[in-house]
Design a protein around this ligand. Structure first.
Ligand code: TXA
Ligand code: MG
Length: 316
C-alpha cells in the first residue's frame, strides 16, 4: 500500500517489517537496522547478495555517534557540512550494528537523508533504519513511490510516499583509507563540492569481482533493454532495423519517433538531468525497444555521477 502516514510506517518498522521510504536521492527499502531478522528480509526481498552491505540512516550526528566508534575530525567536518544530505560516510562501527548490515566489515556506511517525511519518521523511532535503494538487485533505482510499488509492492506492507526525489542520484560514499579521504561511489554531492571542504580526495570507483562498494559492480543500475553509449547521430544508422529508444542530454533527433526519446535537460542543467535520469531509463525500458542509444554528459559536477550510472547501465 502507498500512503503518507508516518505513524503507520513507524508501526510496521517497530514490528520488524519493511517499508519503502522517500529520500532526496532515491527511495529506500527500510527496516530496523538493529534487528538482524528484519535486515535479512531486505536481502531476500531485493534478491541482494549478503556480501553487499547496507547504509544506516539516522537523523542527527548525536545519534550517529551511538553507532560509530570513531568520528575523525575530517569525517565530522563533512558531516556538519553535508548532512542532512547525499553524503554517506564509512566509519568504524560499534558492536550494536549487526554484522549482517555491514557484510562483516568493521566499517558502517551511515548518512542522514534530507527528506522531511523520512526525517520525522526517524525522529519517532528508537532505532536507525538500514536501507538500500528499493529496487531489485542490479536494476534502476526508484525515484517515485510508484516505481517502488511496481517492483516490490506485493512484497512489502507499506510505501511512504514523499513525491519524486529531488536529487535523483544515490549518495556519494566517502571513506578514509589510512586517513586519506576516498570516494567509493560518485553521487548526489560532487567530488568538487567535497574537495572545497576538505581538500584533495582520491576517487576509487573501479569495479572488481570482490567490490568494496557494490555500487562499484560494473553492471548495475541497468535497464533490461541493452543500452549503448556513444555519439547518437553516428549510432542511429547502425541500428536501422531496430526499434530505437534515445536518452539524450539536450537534443532531439528528428529521425526517431517523439515518444521513443527522452531529453534529460534541454537547458543543459545537470541537476535537472540527474533528477530525470532513472525515471527516463525506466520509461524507455517499458517501451519494448530493441536498444536504447545514450550519450555521456559533460564530465563535471553531477555530470560525473550521471556518467558513472550511464556507463554501468551500458555494461552488461
Ligand atoms: O542515496 C543512497 O545512498 C540510497 C538511499 C536510500 O539512502 N541508498 C543506496 O543504497 O543507494 P544501496 O544499498 O543501493 O547502495 C549502497 C552502497 C552499496 O554499493 C554498498 O556496497 C555500499 O553502499 N556500502 C554500504 N555499506 C558499506 C560498508 N560497510 N562498506 C563499504 N561499502 C558499503
Ligand atoms: Mg542500489
Amino acid at each position: 500500500m502507498i500512503g503518507k502516514d508516518i505513524i503507520k510506517a513507524a508501526n510496521y518498522l517497530r514490528e520488524g517489517e519493511l517499508v519503502g521510504i522517500p529520500t532526496e536521492t532515491v527511495y529506500g527499502l527500510a527496516c530496523n537496522a538493529l534487528d538482524e531478522n528484519a535486515v535479512s528480509k531486505i536481502f531476500k526481498v531485493k534478491n541482494r547478495p549478503t556480501f553487499d552491505p547496507l547504509i544506516v540512516h539516522t537523523d542527527s550526528i548525536e545519534k550517529a555517534q551511538d553507532f560509530v566508534s570513531e568520528f575523525s575530525p575530517t569525517a565530522l567536518l563533512l558531516a556538519h557540512h553535508f548532512w542532512a544530505g547525499a553524503l554517506t560516510l564509512l566509519l568504524p562501527k560499534k558492536s550494536i550494528i549487526p554484522d549482517l548490515v555491514t557484510s562483516g566489515s568493521p566499517l558502517v556506511a551511515i548518512r542522514i537523508p534530507n527528506h522531511p517525511l523520512t526525517l520525522s519518521l526517524l525522529r519517532q523511532l528508537p532505532f536507525p533504519l538500514a536501507a538500500p535503494s528499493a529496487n531489485p538487485f542490479g536494476y534502476i533505482s526508484p525515484t517515485t513511490a510508484q516505481h517502488v510499488a511496481a517492483q516490490l509492492g506485493d512484497k512489502i506492507p507499506y510505501i511512504l510516499d514523499g513525491g519524486s526525489c529531488n536529487l535523483g542520484l544515490e549518495s556519494t560514499i566517502v571513506g578514509f583509507e589510512n586517513g586519506m579521504p576516498t570516494i567509493y561511489r560518485k553521487g548526489g554531492i560532487s567530488v568538487e563540492g567535497i574537495e572545497k571542504i576538505i581538500g584533495k580526495v582520491q576517487v576509487k570507483t573501479f569495479s572488481s569481482s570482490n567490490p568494496q562498494a557494490p555500487g562499484m559492480l560494473k553492471s548495475h543500475y541497468a535497464p533490461r533493454v541493452p543500452l549503448i553509449l556513444g555519439n547518437i547521430d553516428e549510432l542511429i544508422p547502425q541500428f536501422a532495423d531496430s526499434k530505437i529508444g534515445i536518452l539524450s542530454f539536450q537534443k532531439h533527433f528528428a529521425q526517431i519517433p517523439k515518444n521513443q526519446q527522452i531529453t534529460l535537460a534541454v537547458s543543459g542543467d545537470l541537476a535537472e538531468a540527474a533528477r530525470h535520469l532513472f525515471a527516463a531509463m525506466r520509461q524507455l525500458d517499458e517501451l519494448n525497444l530493441d536498444v536504447i542509444l545514450a550519450e555521456l554528459l559533460p564530465e563535471q559536477d553531477l555530470g560525473r555521477a550521471i556518467n558513472d550510472r550511464l556507463r554501468r547501465a551500458a555494461s552488461q
